[in-house]
Design a protein. Sequence first.
Length: 94
Amino acid sequence: MTSRHSVAATVALLAATLVWGSTFLVTKASLADLNPSSFLLWRFGVAAIVLVATGYRRVLALTAVLNTGRPSGSVLRGLIGLMLVTSGMFQNFT
């Protein structure tokens, strides 16, 4: 027998799969009109606004944890951001 939680989890997984799969079509159509740099700026900019708007308290809590005042943490966050942007650029240029 399946429980309601199992059915809800399956529906959520299918919805996430549908959204994830549709992003490739949106990306292909968007790159016909925008260059990859502009596309990534819009994509991550909108995502950042939505995440901050929906989880403002969590963002503040995470920021408090990450702000240790040590330069190594800032360098690490910068390198992670650079890797994300670079991988996005390579993925969208091909």
